[in-house]
Write a protein that binds this ligand. Structure first.
Ligand code: NAD
Length: 296
């Protein structure tokens, strides 16, 4: 069993840390919030990120955004300097590819970017998907540790490749969700029932995850957030963040992603209208142009 430092014990990091403890690992933790640390009983609480990192074989972060990750790892008194020379550094936060690569290089250590999908439920259940970028040897050492928190672990390539995979996947998801919503809105105007569109499209070339697993209208897929007034699930604010990271990467690399840009604009408008905490499939209400039409 390994000695692990874990920094950032919020909605995702808390349950992930608890799963590491459950697997028998020894944990030193730090969060700016004492309450967050208290939610990981059995871990050794420390007074700083550097203290949590000291002496650990693996050091993980699960922080909100790129600036927090940069500051924690390579800022003044940062964790990278406190880590043992042979420690494996693992950032599980969702951040931009450029910052991820910058921090990995500046850390001067074996560092992996390992963002996740699966949300809070996946973090609780230990069924997350990890998308990992970084050196082969570090990945081989980290894989058993990640396996205590996830079910699918994919080594995507060199440093930054995990964040790249996350950005590309979530941009695709945002676009396909909006496309699925538009198809249902058009069906409503044409007098076609939700179920009829679902029965055809789920077996035809329009088939996609947003339709068959996460259907944005109530009825056809009973477990989807549409059936519980669009309670998340995956909050629209997080989707806007992720599509924003994809657009940042597109800008930096010169990739043409006009639908990604449009998806970002639509999710920003939806969040700006006060729907940040609504599931991202709830954007169908905005796309209808009124709340008066029924969800049914
Ligand atoms: P959160 O806001 O619940 O948790 C972040 C935690 O980091 C908080 O407890 C905060 O106190 C702590 N923190 C912030 N700065 C710190 C610092 N400098 N030192 C120590 N602790 C610090 O966020 P979350 O939902 O757990 O998300 C974390 C990351 O996971 C984000 O990058 C998010 O995009 C990504 N993510 C979230 C989900 C989700 O469904 N929530 C799904 C996939 C990926």
């Amino acid at each position: 069993m390994a000695r692990i430092g874990f920094v950032g014990l919020g909605n995702m990091g808390g349950p992930m840390a608890r799963n590491l403890l459950r697997a028998g690992h020894e944990l030193a933790v730090f969060d700016l919030s004492a309450e967050a640390m208290a939610h990981v009983p059995g871990a050794r609480q420390t007074g700083s990120a550097a203290e949590a990192a000291r002496g650990a074989e693996f050091v993980l972060t699960m922080l909100p955004a790129g600036q927090h990750v940069r500051e924690a790892w390579i800022g003044a008194g940062g964790m990278a300097d406190a880590c043992a020379g042979d420690a494996v550094l693992i950032d599980c936060s969702t951040i931009d590819v450029a910052t991820s690569r910058e921090v990995a290089t500046a850390s001067g250590r074996a560092m992996l970017d390992a963002p996740v999908s699966g949300g809070v439920m996946g973090a609780e259940a230990g069924t997350l998907t990890f998308m990992v970028g970084g050196p082969d040897a570090a990945f081989a050492r980290a894989e058993p540790v990640l396996a205590a928190m996830g079910r699918t672990i994919v080594h995507c390539g060199a440093s930054g490749a995990g964040q790249a995979a996350k950005a590309c996947n979530n941009m695709l998801l945002a676009i396909s969700m909006i496309g699925t919503c538009e198809a249902f809105v058009l069906a409503e105007r044409l007098g076609l029932s939700h179920q009829a569109l679902f029965d055809v499209a789920s077996k035809s070339s329009g088939q996609c995850w947003a339709l068959t697993t996460y259907c944005p209208v109530p009825g056809p897929v009973p477990g989807s957030p549409a059936n519980r007034d669009y309670r998340p699930g995956f909050a629209a604010a997080l989707m806007a963040k992720d599509v924003g990271l994809a657009q940042q990467a597109a800008g930096e690399t010169g990739a043409q992603t006009p639908l990604g840009a449009q998806a970002l604009a639509l999710y920003q408008r939806f969040v700006g209208d006060g729907n940040g905490g609504v599931d991202f499939s709830g954007i169908i209400r905005m796309l209808r142009g009124s709340k008066t039409e029924t969800d049914g």
